[in-house]
Design a protein around this ligand. Structure first.
Ligand code: 4AD
Ligand code: MG
Length: 441
C-alpha cells in the first residue's frame, strides 16, 4: 500500500500499515540475513529490519551509526518475548541512504565512550547531545519550563522578557561581564529582578525565564557563566507569602512532571530514587544553620567554625543539606552578606527577610527576599554597598511613584534540573554550557 510519512512516536499506533520514516541510525546490529537498525528522529525510537533485496546493495553493507536514512516498510507487532521500542518493528521493503556518517573510530560511539576525557567531551557536545542521556535531560528541561509556565499562567503571573544588555548590576560588580556598547560601558545581566520590579504597577505579579550571566572565576559543579534564570516578583505580599509561594510553586511543578508520562519516565530512568518533597519544607533560620554547622563539625574552608555573619560556602552548605536530605528554606541572612535591595526584619535590623532554597546534591537552587519599599532605606542601601545611585534612577522611581511591599526570587533552572535528574554537574543540564574557558561549541 501507499506509505504514510510519519514521525517515529506515532509508529506503534500504525501497526498493520505501511509507513515512510526518516531518521538517524541510533544502533546497528548485523546478522547474516538481517540488519537491525534502531532508528531515531527526536520523537522516538523504532526498530527497523532490513533483509533480502534491501541488503544486497553496497550501501547496506557499510551502513554506519549516526547516518541518516529514509525507508518504507510495514509496521508489525514484535513476537512475544522480544523487545523493541513501542513493542513494534518495521519490516523494511525500500530504503535509501541520505547522509553517511564516518564509521570506525571516528564514529560517534567510538569518540564518546564513558571514559572520554572531559575536555574532549566538551568539544564534542554537539555529538554528545545525540546520546540517550543528554536527549532525556533536554527533553525533561523543555517539560520543566512548560510546567513553570503553566503554573504561572494558572496563578495569573505574567511573563515578560527583560533585556540582557544592561548598564546596572544587581548582585555586585565582581561577577559582571562588561562589554562596549556603542562607545559606552554595558554589562550582560546578572539578574532581571530590578526590571521585574518596575512592571509590578503595570502587570501585577510577573516572571521571566531569561539567561543570566556571571563571570564566575572558578570551576565548580554548580556554576555556569551563562544560565537560565527563572525570576518572579510578587506584589502586596509579606515574607510568609513568599515562602508559601515557593513551596507551592516547586511542589506543583514536581507533581506536574511526575504526572506527565514522558517526564515521569525520564525521572524513573535517570533518578529512580527521586521522592517528591513533602510539605511544608523545613524552614531554618540562618543563625540556627550556623549552630547546626558547629554541632556537626562542618567547618569553614580554613578549618575554623562558622560564626554569625559568615557566608556559608558551597561545600558546607551542601554537606548540611545532604545530611538533612530534604529541601530546606534557609532564611534571614545577615544584611552585610546581602545586596542593596533587601528588606531587613522588623526588630532585627542586622538581618534580612531573605530565603535560599537548598536541595540535596546541589545546595542553593533559589535565592529570594522581600525588597526594600522605603525610599530612604533604599538610598541607604546604595550607600552601604558603595553603588552610585544615579544609574538606578528608574529603579529608585518605583519607591517614589506608589511604593508597596513586594518580594521575589531567582531560581537556577540548571540547578533544579541537576537535583531532579541527579546529574553530577549543572553542565549536563545546559544545551551548550558556558563556564570559565569554554564558549565553544
Ligand atoms: O542568588 P542569586 O545570585 O540571586 C539573584 O540574582 C536575585 N537577584 C534573584 C532574584 O531575587 N530575582 O541567584 C539566584 C539563583 C541562585 O539561587 C542559583 O540557583 C542561580 O540563580 N545561580 C546560578 N546558576 C548557575 N550558575 C551560576 N553561576 C549561578 N549563579 C546563580
Ligand atoms: Mg544566592
Amino acid at each position: 500500500g501507499v506509505a504514510k510519512k510519519t514521525k517515529l512516536h506515532a509508529v506503534p499506533e500504525l501497526t498493520g500499515t505501511r509507513v515512510r520514516l526518516q531518521g538517524w541510525v541510533h544502533r546497528l546490529r548485523s546478522q547474516k540475513a538481517n540488519v537491525f537498525v534502531v532508528l531515531r528522529d527526536g520523537t522516538g525510537f523504532i526498530q527497523c529490519i532490513l533483509s533480502g533485496d534491501c541488503i544486497k546493495t553496497v550501501d547496506a553493507l557499510d551502513l554506519t551509526v549516526e547516518s541518516t536514512i529514509e525507508l518504507c516498510g510495514s509496521v508489525e507487532k514484535v513476537k512475544e518475548g522480544q523487545n523493541a521500542p513501542g513493542g513494534v518493528e518495521v519490516i523494511v521493503d525500500w530504503w535509501k541512504l541520505v547522509g553517511k556518517a564516518p564509521g570506525g573510530d571516528e564514529a560517534f560511539e567510538g569518540r564518546l565512550r564513558a571514559d572520554t576525557e572531559q575536555s574532549i567531551r566538551a568539544d564534542l557536545r554537539h555529538l554528545e547531545l545525540r546520546g540517550e542521556t543528554a536527549t532525556s535531560v533536554m527533553r525533561f528541561r523543555a517539560l520543566l519550563l512548560r510546567a513553570f509556565r503553566e503554573y504561572f499562567h494558572k496563578t495569573r503571573v505574567t511573563e515578560v522578557t527583560p533585556p540582557c544588555m544592561v548598564q546596572t548590576s544587581v548582585e555586585g560588580g565582581s561577577t559582571l561581564f562588561e562589554f562596549e556598547y556603542y562607545g559606552a560601558k554595558a554589562y550582560l545581566t546578572q539578574s532581571s529582578q530590578l526590571y521585574l520590579e518596575t512592571v509590578l504597577p503595570s502587570l501585577g505579579d510577573v516572571y521571566c525565564i531569561q539567561e543570566s550571566f556571571r563571570a564566575e572565576k572558578s570551576l565548580t559543579r554548580r556554576h555556569l557563566s551563562e544560565y537560565t534564570h527563572l525570576e518572579t516578583e510578587l506584589v502586596f505580599i509579606e515574607f510568609k507569602d513568599l515562602l508559601d509561594h515557593l513551596e507551592d510553586m516547586i511542589c506543583t511543578v514536581v507533581d506536574a512532571l511526575l504526572a506527565d508520562p514522558v517526564s515521569a519516565e525520564i525521572i524513573k530512568t535517570l533518578n529512580p530514587d527521586f521522592t517528591p518533597p513533602s510539605r511544608p519544607f523545613m524552614r531554618m533560620d540562618y543563625c540556627d544553620a550556623i549552630t547546626y554547622l558547629k554541632e556537626h563539625g562542618i567547618t569553614k574552608e580554613d578549618g575554623t567554625d562558622h560564626i554569625i555573619g559568615d557566608d556559608i560556602a558551597e561545600a558546607a552548605e551542601r554537606k548540611m543539606t545532604d545530611q538533612i536530605n530534604r529541601p530546606i528554606m534557609l532564611m534571614n541572612f545577615p544584611k552585610i552578606l546581602k545586596a542593596f535591595y533587601m528588606k531587613t526584619i522588623d526588630g532585627r535590623p542586622d538581618f534580612t527577610e531573605s530565603v535560599d532554597v537548598l536541595v540535596p546534591g546541589v545546595g542553593e537552587v533559589v535565592g529570594g527576599s522581600m525588597r526594600i519599599s522605603d525610599l530612604q532605606e533604599l538610598m541607604d542601601g546604595y550607600k552601604r554597598t558603595g553603588i552610585p545611585h544615579e544609574p538606578y534612577y528608574w529603579f529608585t522611581d518605583q519607591r517614589k511613584y506608589g511604593t508597596t511591599e513586594h518580594g521575589g526570587y531567582g531560581l537556577g533552572v540548571e540547578r533544579l534540573l541537576a537535583w531532579f535528574l541527579k546529574r553530577f554537574t549543572v553542565r549536563e543540564c545546559s544545551l551548550y554550557p558556558r563556564y570559565m574557558g569554554r564558549a565553544t561549541p
